[in-house]
Design a protein around this ligand. Sequence first.
Ligand code: HT7
Ligand code: ZN
Length: 851
Amino acid sequence: PAVIRREDYRPPDWLVPDIALDFRLDSMRTRVASRLQVVRNGDHDRPLVLDGDGLTPVALRIDGVATDWRLDGDALVVPLPGGAHVVEVEVDIAPELNTQLMGLYASGGLLCTQCEAEGFRRITFFPDRPDVLSRYSVRMEADKARYPVLLANGDPVAAGDAGDGRHWAEWRDPFPKPCYLFALVAGDLVANRDSFTTLSGRKVDLGIWVRAADLSKTDHAMTALKLSMAWDEAVYGREYDLDVFNIVAVADFNFGAMENKGLNIFNSRYILADPDTATDADYDAVAGVVAHEYFHNWSGNRVTCRDWFQLSLKEGFTVFRDQQFSADQGSAAVKRIEDVRTLRAAQFPEDSGPLAHPIRPESYMEISNFYTATIYNKGAEVIRMMHAILGPERFRAATDLYFARHDGEAATCEDFVVAMEDGGGADLTQFRRWYSQAGTPRVVATLDHEGTTARLTLEQAVPATPGQPDKQPMVLPLRTRLFCGETSGPLCDERLILLTEPRQTFVFDDIATRPVLSINRGFSAPVTVETGRDAADLAFLSAHDDDPFARYEAMQQLMLDTLVAAVAEGRGDHGAVIEAVRNTLSDPALDKAFVGEAVLLPSEAFVGEQMLVVDPDAIHRAREALRTDLGKALEGEWRAAHAGAQANRFEYSPAAKGARRLKTVALGYIAAAGAADAAELAHAQFTGADNMTDRQGALTTLVNGDSALREAALEAFYRRYRDNALVLDKWFTTQALSTRDDALDAVLALEKHPDFTLANPNRVRALAGAFTANQRGFHAADGRGYGFLVDIIVALDRINPQTAAKLVPPLGRWRRFDEARATLMRAALGRIVETPGLSKDVFEQASKSLG
Ligand code: HT7
Ligand code: ZN
């Protein structure tokens, strides 16, 4: 497949200021007629080239005259004599047969679209690139009984009957937009309707459209939408700009959601929530994704991307914005912990593996492979660092300038950084390396103390990544503070250290006693820091640091050091961790949500990340042994924590969520202790729960154990929710993540379960995607875990290449495993690459993963 390079960017040869689209909708044969006003861009004689994907013109007219057409590959090449023309093209497409879920497709009786990144070319011929901005008017005609609701971007302008049981509607979007933001939906939907009055007093009609049976599950999303609209006005001065804002939930979706102008389309998992079916984490995810897509209206839609290499311009910035929003709604500390955990679980492995790329990549074969944790989550960390360097006021001045300067344009990451410099008054010359260098920087910190002076020496190195053997030093903003172990007081104010050289020493005066280092507080830079702090210092910080993230981090480091030593030596000394956890559990000043996070052991995968060669079985043994000792040593505390949250009736508030979190964590430790009544306790929580958080938490505990109640709970859960696809996904995932020895056998059996299907991406992710996170099960020494994944990838590739390609990266971690596993993983990748007729999506991921 061809490689697309950033350096090859050229402005479009032709612009399309206006487009009119006419859809005669039908699930098997939709006729799409498009009318493009095209204008030559610059002095050249090149033809108009319209991208297509699997399309054949039914008719082509230029300035009203029928014309012969010529395809070059999939593209329609139209030689045009003048500077401006009207080009009309008609095509037929079959939404029902569109299993890729890109373009116009059918989902549960609805017709809907997904155009980002390059799906519009599956609907009609068009210059499918984000720097061609057009005003859209859309007419849809459809069977009135099957598709009573017809929605598109912008505002509705007219509707009527078309006779023969058909009807039509017209929508117009006044804001020029790239075609990746085009959307329509036709279906039998009902709306949760509300309104929002903007800062300047305009009333916006809001609608969340779902199947009638799901209407009762849309209130949380609506609340989140209104909170997001108000938040963006208050924090970024961004007001909504159309008279309507619609959201539609669909069951079959390749991603989380899509920010189409005025018509967001969502994976139903990020809209539907009620206490019986959604966990607290689901509620938070709904609010976060609703906010994310809404915020795109400015960071992505009003200011869009010039080309797909600039994807992080909209995604990194918008993730940062949604993280800020969520932090403002509840516990900022817990939100930061969760975001860093996600970064470490998804992005750090990417950054240290064969698919590592900078947040602004230099090349790709298939752009949908670059919707990665690096673009999104590391991209957000890069914006966060600029926020830290400038401070909130100057950052706001800079974003105001960015939006004012580039409104209505297709911009670049460089434009964003220049706006940060001009509006925020900073020189970000060296900082720009975050856009071009891949890899997670490593910092080694050494703290010396003599007399009343402490010297902190910091060394940084950025590891080599594919295509980037030599790296330059980065700008690392490290929030730092010194504490005194004996008196527990801070010894200095927090400093924002800017590490810019490979090695620098920072001096702290008036430090009379031996200091304890607290560094990278709030995870101010997305790096790893090696401090050499001993167990006593870590335990001290875990109890006394005034930065909650640093406190959590100290506990994690203590746990990690303990586990790594245990893996190396076969047995561990758990005393320090037990005492630190005891202190945390007994600190009445801490909120329960924080405690629930702080006392959790790092995942097996994250322990593996610390090792040169991952030994999944040894890590599992070491972690289970520590869990058991923690459970036993603190059984009284766990029981108190569990019982303390028992009376909690469902309420979606930070305090109630925190109590539920700690309750299930405590239950897990009681089970780990081997308590005789653990299964009964879990089963009582399972049957007595008035919410999904408690129910799924209890199910997880039972599924990880071997009590007779295990099968009964699985069966009861299945029977209760067999008709609810989103909850059934949880049933698959809970089993895929089981810590039991038979997890792999269970997954192989579940693949044959009548409710498992490759047609629904959520279901695939729920079983196969989740299983790749089960380090011991997936990396079973006999390679059956790899075989399972390859079979799924190859079969799914024929249906939905995008979703299939997302399953490949875990196999690319082969360099981190022992020779035998590495050989099996490479063979698995080889099997994929050699499959005839492979998509470029999967080919790119698998061939790069082979290294
Ligand atoms: N901007 C949206 C990306 C997206 C997408 C990408 C590839 C294939 C399908 C997709 N659906 C949505 C989502 C977002 O970041 O908000
Ligand atoms: Zn986004």
